[in-house]
Design a protein. Structure first.
Length: 107
């Protein structure tokens, strides 16, 4: 067992290896964004129904309420994470009292 082991070779990735895949993902995401914008525009302009002021007020209130709930929940997540409340529970065993120890100690 006197053989020498050669260190394992580490292959470094070439930055050009994932370039085509990266551009493919970006182009698909841009195409989806354009399609969503076109469908949104067509849906918005395809009807002549007017929205009353109370509808806009309800829309704004819903957006504000959703933002307040989202910000509040994220604040609680960060607070509990920083405060250590997310740590796993640990069993703390109570100290065992011994009757002999109480007799030996003077009061």
């Amino acid at each position: 067992m006197t053989g020498t082991k050669s260190p394992p070779t580490i292959e470094t990735s070439n930055p050009r290896d994932g370039k085509l895949a990266r551009w493919a993902i970006i182009s698909v995401l841009i195409a989806l964004l354009v399609a969503a914008c076109v469908l949104g525009y067509l849906g918005w302009t395809s009807t002549d129904i007017q929205v009353p002021e109370s509808g806009y007020v309800a829309l704004v209130m819903g957006v504000v309420f959703s933002l307040v709930v989202g910000v509040g929940l994220m604040t609680l997540v960060f607070y509990s994470s920083r405060g250590g409340y997310d740590e796993p529970a640990a069993l703390i065993k109570p100290l065992e009292s011994d009757d002999d120890d109480e007799r030996v100690r003077p009061n």
